[in-house]
Write a protein of this length. Structure first.
Length: 346
C-alpha cells in the first residue's frame, strides 16, 4: 500500500499546507457549539434529519445524500463498496492521494493515467484505460495538487464510457470553482458526487463530508458505512454552517482575490505555476524544493512539498488564505527566494 503522511501534530505557523480554510468557520457555528446540550452528547448521533436538510439545500432527495466523516471516509466507503480484489480503481494522476490508499487497502489494482500537458485532464487516455475490471473511477474537480478542472462535457463522456463503474466526482474545492455536476445526480446512474465541509466552510476539525448519488447506489453505500461515523457535534454544526451563506461567499471571494495576488507574485519572480480554480496554487521550484519548504517554515509559513507526485518533480503546493495572510505569504516567499539564491525559472 502507498503510504500517506499527514501531519498529526506541530503545525504552528501560517498553515498553507493542507488547503483548509485558514481563518475560521461561521460564527453561527461557534454559537451552536457553545450551546450543545448534554443530551446531544449522551445519545448516539442522529444523522437522518441533517441528511434531509443537506439534501434539500442541494435540490436532492434525502435518500440521495449520505453524510460522512469527511470525504476521506466517503472515499473509503466507496472503495469498500465497489472494489473487490482483482477489480480496478482508475485514476487520472497526479491526484488526491487517498484514492490510491483506500483503493489498495481494498486489494484492488490501481490503474493510473498520467495527466496531459500542463496537467490537463487526460480524457482520451482515461477512456482508453477503462477495462471490464474498472469498478471505480475517481476524478477530483478541481483536482489536487494541480488546481486543474474538468469540463462537464468530459465528465459526461467518462460516465457514458464506464456504465459498469461508479464514477466519483470529488468536488471538495467546488466553492472556489463554482461549477458542479450535482444536478446530474439521480439522472446519471453511475455518478457519485462528493463535497466536503473541510475547505471553504472551515470545519476540517469536525470531519464532515457528503456523498450524493442515485438511490440505487446509495443503498449499497449505506450498507457499508458505519452508522455513527458522523458525530453529534458535526451534525449540530452543519445546519448553521449551511445557513450562513454570507460568510461562505465572503470567504470564497476573499480567497479567489488573494489567489490572483499570490499568482502575480509568483509571476514576478518567474516561478512556474499552473492556473488554479481552487484555494491553492501548484508551483515548480525545482531542485531546491526541500530547502524552499524549510525556508518558508523558518518564516512561519507551512507549504506542501508535492515533488513525489507523478509529474510533479520539484513542485510545491501553497494554500491561499485571506488577503492579509497572502501578503505575509508573499513576504515569506520573497525572503525565501533571496535566501535560496533564486534566479528565475528552473
Ligand atoms: N478530496 C480532495 C480532492 C481533497 O483535497 C481532500 C482534502 N485534502 C479531501 C477529499 C478530503 O477532505 P476531508 O477533509 O473532507 O476528508
Amino acid at each position: 500500500m502507498k503510504e500517506y503522511h499527514p501531519p498529526l501534530g506541530d503545525r504552528s505557523g501560517l498553515r498553507l499546507d493542507f488547503n483548509e480554510n485558514t481563518l475560521a468557520c461561521s460564527s453561527k457555528v461557534r454559537e451552536v457549539l457553545a450551546a450543545i446540550s448534554t443530551a446531544e452528547l449522551t445519545k448516539y448521533p442522529e444523522r437522518a434529519p441533517v441528511e434531509a436538510l443537506v439534501a434539500k439545500q442541494h435540490g436532492l432527495r434525502p435518500e440521495e445524500v449520505l453524510l460522512t466523516n469527511g470525504v476521506d471516509e466517503a472515499i473509503h466507503v466507496l472503495c469498500q463498496t465497489y472494489l473487490n480484489p482483482g477489480d480496478a480503481l482508475l485514476l487520472p494522476v497526479p491526484t488526491y492521494s487517498m484514492y490510491e490508499v483506500y483503493g489498495s487497502s481494498a486489494e484492488a489494482r490501481v490503474d493510473r493515467v498520467q495527466a496531459g500537458e500542463n496537467f490537463g485532464f487526460p480524457l482520451d487516455a482515461l477512456i482508453g484505460a477503462i477495462t471490464p475490471q474498472t469498478r471505480l473511477i475517481a476524478i477530483a474537480n478541481p483536482n489536487s495538487p494541480t488546481g486543474q478542472t474538468v469540463i462537464r462535457e468530459q465528465i459526461l463522456q467518462v460516465l457514458e464510457a464506464a456504465p459498469h463503474a461508479a464514477v466519483l466526482i470529488d468536488e471538495a474545492y467546488f466553492h472556489f470553482f463554482g461549477e458542479t455536476v450535482m444536478d446530474l445526480v439521480g439522472k446519471a446512474p453511475n455518478l457519485i458526487v462528493a463535497r466536503t465541509f473541510s475547505k471553504a466552510f472551515g470545519l476540517a476539525g469536525l470531519r464532515l463530508g457528503m456523498l450524493a448519488a442515485s438511490v440505487e447506489q446509495m443503498q449499497w453505500l449505506r450498507r457499508v458505512i458505519s452508522p455513527y461515523s458522523v458525530n453529534s457535534l458535526g451534525l449540530a454544526c452543519l445546519p448553521p454552517a449551511l445557513e450562513d451563506t454570507a460568510y461562505l461567499d465572503w470567504y470564497v471571494a476573499e480567497v479567489n482575490a488573494a489567489r490572483l495576488l499570490f499568482e502575480e507574485a509568483l509571476d514576478r519572480h518567474g516561478i512556474t505555476r499552473w492556473p488554479s480554480r481552487a484555494n491553492f496554487v501548484l508551483t515548480r521550484i525545482g531542485v531546491q524544493h526541500r530547502r524552499f519548504v524549510e525556508e518558508m517554515r523558518e518564516r512561519n509559513v507551512l507549504v506542501r512539498d508535492r515533488s513525489s507526485d507523478p509529474g510533479c518533480e520539484g513542485c510545491v503546493r501553497i494554500t491561499i488564505g485571506t488577503h492579509e495572510q497572502t501578503l505575509d505569504a508573499v513576504r515569506a516567499l520573497e525572503e525565501t527566494l533571496a535566501e535560496i539564491g533564486w534566479k528565475g525559472k528552473r
